[in-house]
Design a protein around this ligand. Structure first.
Ligand code: SF4
Length: 194
């Protein structure tokens, strides 16, 4: 019988699930029943946000909750596989079917010298960030640099730096560099170079 890659992954996934359940029978833990997917539920393509590899995943939601995330067998980068972090993607939102109590849904702010976090609205946080960037940039703007008696236009600020992370994908990095360069930043770094 000819099996496509997708069918093979589905079949071997079902087999492995059975083995895992059998293996758990001898332990004191009662295995949790995993509902079988009998009907197509409407999968959505997504990209794992945990690192710059950018693996493709299929997310399935029902009743307003993500009920399954698995590797996308048609994605050219990971071809259906996900590492342990990618396999836990659904836990951003839910853990064992319940809303994840540790998920942050509002900005938290700790004022200078403060010891406690305060919940703030997104409007407040975005406005405050914009105000502080503008003030720092304006207060520390360098229009020209004199080298050997000649003024050279540089239009930059050395007072703000941007630090990117491995979770940013290619398109996000492109836009962030456009933004930071437009603001006059020259210290643009990434955690992978540290
Ligand atoms: S964290 Fe794992 S699954 Fe996610 S993109 Fe990186 S390698 Fe892929």
């Amino acid at each position: 019988m000819e099996l496509s890659r997708r069918e093979f992954l589905k079949a071997s996934g079902a087999g492995m699930g059975g083995l895992v359940l059998l293996g758990a029978m001898g332990s004191e833990k009662v295995p949790r029943a995993i509902p079988l997917k009998k009907e197509p539920l409407g999968e959505t393509y997504t990209i794992c946000c945990y690192c710059g590899v950018g693996c493709g995943a299929l997310a399935t939601a029902a009743g307003g909750k993500v009920i399954n995330v698995e590797g996308n067998p048609d994605h050219p980068i990971n071809e259906g596989t996900l590492c342990s972090k990618g396999q836990a993607l659904a836990q951003f939102r839910t853990v064992d079917g319940e809303d994840n109590p540790n998920r942050l849904t509002k900005p938290l702010y700790r004022r200078a010298g403060g010891t406690a976090w305060e919940e703030k609205s997104w409007d407040w946080a975005i406005t405050e960030i914009a105000k502080r960037i503008k003030k720092t940039r304006d207060d520390n703007w360098i229009s020209t640099v004199n080298v050997g008696g000649t003024d050279y236009t540089v239009n930059r600020t050395d007072a703000i730096a941007h630090f990117g992370g491995g979770e940013l994908d290619n398109e996000e990095c492109y836009l962030l560099v456009k933004l930071t360069r437009a603001l006059g930043m020259v210290y643009i770094e990434h955690c992978a170079r540290i």
